[in-house]
Design a protein around this ligand. Structure first.
Ligand code: NDP
Length: 292
């Protein structure tokens, strides 16, 4: 006789494409460290099958799942309850099953916010400038607006998306938000305290960098690039050359994973172990690419 449990608890990721998403490395490092019998499955699901996939996870007793492109908005119709923040953002990236119900949360902005707080960056009453108005920019700007920054400036190439986000921030959260058109090299206003690069520009394998006037960066500005891969983008390098304090997207990625780890397992996530695991994974990747 044995009282050992041979059944694993399951969580995972639903998206398409997902082949190159490395979240499994972060999550399983955390499970292993705490000796939890949890498995993280990276699953490719098309939009038309999203609803049945969520039902399938529920009947298979999954604890929850991450949701990634292209499902972050469409997933909402398949959920019973979503958080206030996710509702404002209009997107969900983490679901969990509890008491027969499906819950949705958005950890994109929280991951970013917590990485600043952990590094003792004071965000209250600060002037924030965000490059981009996509899903990540929406999530970050909503969370920053909710904790009370002074002003949020959204710089985006497609004016309609930029203005839509500014209207959301002004009208639904009552924060001082403005749209700055992105035509040619953007000048960063002198009064900016924190710049957040939330476009796809520079995401591996793209080697471009955002089209801004780097001479307008001043040393009092804190510069964050949320791109996790490569951890040090050219945008970060150019900002460091202008003597700005910088943050990269790895912290945000790891923080987000920690939030979902805690929702699903009920245990505090071993953040350092999880961070080291993804750093090691990325450095191996670079090494292999250099060899090609
Ligand atoms: P979206 O597709 O929703 O948004 C992309 C944004 O990038 C849009 O605002 C788009 O502008 C802008 N953009 C694309 N190309 C250019 C260009 N050449 N010049 C200027 N702007 C451009 O993507 P997400 O918001 O989901 O993701 C954005 C980035 O954030 C990705 O690199 C992703 O890896 C990263 N991310 C990082 C996370 C982390 O944990 N570190 C979590 C989530 C995302 P327009 O509207 O004008 O087309």
């Amino acid at each position: 006789m044995t009282s050992k449990c041979y059944r694993s608890e399951y969580v995972g990721l639903l998206g398409n494409p997902v082949d190159e998403n490395p979240t499994v490395i972060i999550m399983e490092a955390g499970f292993n460290e705490l000796g939890l019998n949890f498995r993280y499955n990276t699953m490719k699901v098309t939009s038309e099958n999203l609803g049945s996939a969520i039902k399938a996870l529920q009947v298979l007793n999954y604890k929850g799942s991450h949701i990634t492109i292209p499902h972050k908005q469409k997933v909402i119709q398949h959920l019973d309850i979503i958080s206030t923040e996710a509702e404002l953002i209009g997107a969900v990236n983490t679901i969990y099953f509890r008491d027969g119900k499906v819950y949705g949360e958005n950890t994109d902005g929280k991951g970013f916010l917590y990485s600043l707080i952990d590094n003792n960056i004071d965000i209250k009453n600060k002037n924030i400038l965000i490059l981009g108005a996509g899903g990540a920019a929406r999530a970050i700007s909503v969370e920053l607006a909710l904790v009370g920054v002074h002003k949020i400036s959204i710089v985006n190439v497609h004016e309609n998306y930029g203005i839509e986000l500014v209207n959301l921030l002004n009208n639904k959260i009552n924060i001082n938000a403005e749209y700055i058109p992105w035509k040619g090299k953007v000048n960063i206003p002198e009064e900016t305290d924190i710049i957040i690069q939330a476009t796809n520009v520079g995401l591996f394998p793209d080697t471009n960098f955002p089209n801004i006037n780097y001479n307008s960066l001043k040393s009092h500005m804190i510069v964050c690039d949320i791109i996790p891969n490569p951890p040090i983008t050219d945008f970060i390098k150019f900002s460091q050359a202008r003597k700005c304090k910088t943050f990269n997207g790895l912290d945000m990625l790891v923080k987000q994973s920690c939030i979902s780890f805690e929702i699903w397992t009920g245990f505090k996530a071993p953040e350092k172990i999880m961070r080291d695991a993804i750093l090691k994974e990325f450095s191996n990747e670079y090494y292999n690419n250099l060899k090609v």
